[in-house]
Each structure stands twice: as C-alpha cells, then as structure tokens.
Design a protein around this ligand. Structure first.
Ligand SMILES: Nc1ncnc2c1ncn2[C@@H]1O[C@H](COP(=O)(O)OP(=O)(O)OP(=O)(O)O)[C@@H](O)[C@H]1O
Ligand SMILES: O=C(O)[C@H](O)CO
Length: 384
C-alpha cells in the first residue's frame, strides 16, 4: 500500500515537513509495512523554498542584493540540485518588513528580486518560479526587470528613477539589452492575490495603503501603473490592465507577464509541479494533505485543493487533516477532496491544539488510515 503525504504547514504550529513526519508516524502505526512518500508542500508563500529544496535537492543560495529602498541586503533563493531550476521569493529581497523603518510607497522597488533571478540564471537556471507577494513596492516589477536588462525611459530617452511614481513619465520600454539566457528562461509566477493591475481593485488601491501610501499617493501610483500598462500594451501587444493576478506584489506580476511572457498561476499548483507531486502520486492508494485550517478559502488555489485536484485526476482518494475544519466543504469535495478531519480530540484552546499538534496529528492519521484500509477491496491473490 502506497501513501503519499503532501500537506501545507500548519501556520503557527508545524512546518510542512513536521506535518509529514507526524502523519507518517500515524500511518505506520495503522499499516506498518506501508510505502510512505513525503512531499512537503507550500502555496508560494512562507516555506516554499524549503519544500523545493527537500524535493529537488540543491541548496539555498545567498546573494548580496538591494533592498526596496536601495540599501544592501542579504537574501536567499533556492537552486535545484541539477542547477536548472530556481525558486525566488520576492519577499526575501523586496519584502515590506525590510522597510518598516523607511517606508517609501512612491520610490520603493523590486531590484533585489531581479538580482536574485539574475544570479540564478547566471548559474544556469532556465526554469524560474517567482513567488510574489508581501512586497514593499508598487513599481510594476520594473526594478526586477531592470536588473535583467530592461530599460524604462522617459520622453527624452533618459532612464527613469526606481519606484512606481516615476512610471507616470514612462514613454518607452527597451528590452534590447536583455541577455539571451534571460530570454531563453521560462518564468512562472505564483501570485498571492488575484487583483488586477489597476483600478479600484488594483495594486495601488488595495495594497498601496499597507505600504504607506496616502490617498493622493494611491491615486498617483494607480495613474502611473496605468501608464505602465499602456506602454506595455503598445510595446509588446500584451494587455495586463485587468489581468487577474497582475496586481500582485505592486504590479510585479503585470510587468513579468508583459515583458517576459511569464505565466501567472495559483501558487500551490505551481509548487506541486516544481516539487514533482504528480510523479510521486504514481501508484498511490491514498493521499493525505492538510493545513492549519481547512475552510472555504482552501478551495481557492491553496495546497489542499491543488493536491485534491491532482489526486482526482488519478482517482486516488484524498483526505485532509487539519487543525480546524470549517465548512462549507462542497467546493473542496467537488475538486476531489474525499474528506477532511480536525485533529481536535475534545474541547481545547487553540494554544493547546497548537502545542499538541504533532501527537494529535499522529493519532488522527492512525485512525484515518485504519478506516481506509478496512474500506478497501481485498487484494486479489497473486497470479500463478
Ligand atoms: N495545531 C493547530 N490546531 C488548530 N488550529 C490550528 C493549528 N495550527 C494552525 N491552526 C489554525 O490555522 C490557522 C492558519 O491556517 P493555515 O495554516 O491554513 O494558514 P493560511 O492558509 O495562511 O491561513 P488562512 O487560511 O487564515 O489564510 C491559524 O490561524 C489557526 O487558526
Ligand atoms: O505585495 C503585495 O502587494 C501584496 O502581498 C499583494 O500581492
């Protein structure tokens, strides 16, 4: 019997790898001889680099980069063992926490993330997963793109300064200096939100305030991003104004799609692909996934739904184990989730559930796998 364990972390209590270990212990209690494959998962946010390294070997590579306001910062990305694939988290070099002491909503940029990508490409990566969200900037990803050789020019042909506000003066985008290695690379973007680039639901209006923008600055940034989108359209024939997800990380997704032809997708599906979950499911009898709380949101491109969808494709039952389970779960069932269970073994505080998460998870996995085994058709005797 083969069991694949592919959970997200339980935020605030267990990493995805710890969830795997606790579930495996329970599964082995129920079926000591089971083949168990652990595939710690993530949705493009926290923990993604660790999952990638666990699945693909390789290492974290630390780079001296530029923070959102131009200061030096050390940041890491993940490079696969074969050096061909990389995962870069935008928050590492361009995240909002880096500028808590110096918010600059108009001028903050994404250069550091571009420097990490450039380093990965220099080392041979041609498949780059960029996980975006949690940014300090609203620059449309222009800082990132500049680090890869793109130039953003005003009407006099002069390079614009960093930051989103300057894009109000954008007249031309020049990608002639982008090296072949960058052009040859495949970029995929895991976005943390589905907001469009501009307008009332856009990057500036919705996420500008948390980066320090006042209402007048939000209006200025929205107008600047609109200008950016217009020039992208005129230059590359790609319209990103209303593209779902284009507004992620201050419009970084829009810039990556427009200039590099990047492909935006929900994070968990991209991580599943990057860690090879599909292959791990070969011949599996049961998939166990999970996250801190399974709820209505879990259907929206999160780990549980991505795992359930892959399992459904192969007609493998998929069970989610979670700290809390709050319905309605109809959508998740429709996506392929067989059932979801909470680790709670009685009335408990959240703190107590978090403190006891590992042993409770082991006990629950044991019970769930026992039921699964009983419900299986008996294995036919071997031929001959
Ligand atoms: N051991 C636990 N027992 C019970 N509940 C837990 C446990 N660990 C985490 N949680 C709950 O799960 C929540 C985190 O959910 P999850 O791990 O799914 O992350 P998330 O998807 O980023 O969060 P959200 O669904 O709120 O956006 C915590 O706020 C907490 O309520
Ligand atoms: O970085 C941001 O702007 C938010 O996390 C939305 O992507």
């Amino acid at each position: 019997m083969k069991i694949v364990i592919a959970p997200d972390s339980f935020k605030g209590s267990l990493s995805a790898a710890e969830v795997c270990a606790a579930v495996e212990a329970g599964a082995r209690r129920a079926v000591p001889g089971a083949e168990v494959v652990r595939v710690p998962m993530a949705d493009g946010g926290e923990g993604t680099l660790d999952c990638f390294v666990a699945a693909r070997g390789g290492d974290l590579v630390e780079v001296a980069a530029t923070d959102p306001v131009g200061r030096p910062v050390k940041a890491a990305y993940a490079l696969s063992g074969d050096g061909r694939s990389a995962v870069v988290e935008l928050a590492a070099a361009s995240g909002l926490p880096l500028v808590e002491d110096a918010p600059d909503p108009l001028g903050a940029g994404t250069a550091g993330t571009g420097e990490l990508i450039a380093d990965a490409i220099r080392r041979g990566a041609r498949d780059v997963l960029v996980c975006i969200g949690g940014s300090a900037s609203t620059d449309g990803g222009t800082g990132l793109l500049r680090a890869l050789g793109v130039r953003f020019l005003d009407a006099d042909g002069v390079e614009l300064p960093p930051g989103g506000a300057a894009l109000a003066r954008l007249a031309a985008i020049d990608d002639a200096g982008v090296p072949d290695a960058v052009r040859d690379a495949r970029f995929r973007v895991a976005c943390d939100v589905t907001n469009p680039l501009v307008g009332p639901e856009g990057a500036a209006a919705v996420f500008g305030p948390q980066k320090g923008a006042d209402p007048a600055q939000v209006r200025a940034l929205d107008a600047a991003l609109t200008r950016f989108a217009d020039v992208l359209d005129a230059t590359f024939g790609v319209r990103v104004h209303d593209l779902p997800g284009a507004g992620a990380a201050g419009g970084t997704c829009g810039g990556l799609v427009g200039v590099l032809g990047a492909e935006p997708s929900p994070g968990a599906a991209l991580v599943a692909e990057a860690v090879g979950l599909d292959g791990a499911l070969d011949g599996a009898d049961l998939v166990i996934t999970g996250e801190g709380r399974v709820d209505g949101q879990s259907a929206g491109g999160k780990v549980v739904s991505a795992v359930a969808a892959l399992a459904k494709d192969r007609a493998i039952p998929a069970v989610a184990l979670a700290g809390g389970v709050t319905g309605p779960l109809d959508e998740l069932h429709g996506l392929g989730l067989t059932a979801a269970f909470s680790i709670a073994d009685g009335p408990r505080t959240l703190d107590a559930l978090k403190a006891e998460a590992a042993p409770l998870l082991t006990a629950l996995a044991d019970q769930v796998v026992r039921v699964f085994v009983v419900g299986r058709p008996p294995t036919p005797p071997a031929a001959g």
